[in-house]
Write a protein of this length. Sequence first.
Length: 494
Amino acid sequence: MEICSVSAEIAPWSKTGGLGDVAAALPKALKAAGHRVLAVAPRYKAYQDGWDTGIRLRFPLFGAMHEVSLYHTESAGFDLLFVDHPAICRGGIYGDARGGYGDNLFRFALLSRAAIEAARRFPVSAGGSAPRALSEAGPVHFLTHDWHAGLLPVYLRHHYQHAGLLRDARVTHVIHNLAHQGQHSFDDWWGLDLPNAAAPTLDMHGVMNLMKAALVSADRVVAVSPSYAREITQPEHGFGLDGVLRARGSALTGIINGIDPTEWSPTADPHLPASFGPEVWPEAPIAPGPVGGKAICKAKLQAELGLPVRDDLPILGFIGRLTGQKGIDLLEAVAPWLAHQPAQVVLLGTGERRYEEFFAEFSRRFPRAVAAKVGFDVGLAHRITAGADILLMPSRFEPCGLNQLYALAYGTVPLVHATGGLRDTVQSFDPGREQGTGWAFSPAAADAFQHAISVALVTWHRFPSSFAAIARRGMAEQNDWGRSAAAYARVMAG
């Protein structure tokens, strides 16, 4: 197939969370499966990667004619185009220290329009044959991600297909997080260069809603896990769009994200002090805890974070945004109890100031049991994933989640709230049948979270063989992108 993936982020050039990782890994996997793939993303900075293609595109938006340039690079074998314009290339992705950019509607309208033209004009590599534009080789399958690319199917229908162009093009829209919908005042409608007939597509109770526009305009809709696909059709997780999603019915499906083993593999991770495989959790452990390379990673992590280097205590890690969605309030609630348990806690993240201040103070009060780093460090995230024994993910909702997948691959047992993709990827441990890859608790309440941690700690200290078996089962799972990419291809072709 001829596939054009359009996203506001693409790692490593731009990333605020899982969207950037998926937007980089999924095109790579689709290309490996034999499809011709072009990815399109904004050029937020003058990246060293990429050369000016010389292609100039002009669009009327917000009362003026605007010209964008396309910069090209190759990423893991697939073609990547950066869309360049002064409103886009000014450093921040969605905003700066003063808040979100006031012209984000304009910026992402440019992205959508430029991506359609890129599929029509840019010569994409095609193995041994000469490069040619996607639209010259067959029907284009647009893969649009979140609200930032939500205008693409609207422009496709009203500007191109209405004029007899790209008639066979299809759009599959991917929901990474329905909580973010791209809502804008209809006072800005005039600037989008769309006919009035398109207004109902964007209208959501008198407000322009770019996510809603994509959901009703796309041919197919994908949520990033089967459980999340079900959850968002209900008011609790639908954020006002549950009715729209119920109306789409059979057009909606859920596909679990994968992980890129070239970026996340304990056998070849440049961020780690030692490499390791499943052997670090032996079948008949002499004492609790890992051995070999993972034990080295654990000791080095303790030393790096200023904790006592002790192999007789499990490390519980948390990596993520310090926000309500991630259940950080649950971790705050159990923190006083947790500080007095036979364990160490490491935390890495940034978010709401009150949580940043709480955990910074918490680590100062309990320096031998807690280490909190406010901020984000890619290398440290890898080292926590490798050095921890248990990863805490008490998210109140989680469309898919990637950290639990990384943890499984690194022999770190995830302890999660049973929601969205966490429910789909972590099988809660059943001691009677010796099955499971972690612990999944419900409801999202402090007492349920504390109970799950208690069970995990008892298992680590008193039943090391069971804990080692849990970790080994997680490491044996195949969570790379191959299976997920095949599922995407089936959806796009359907």
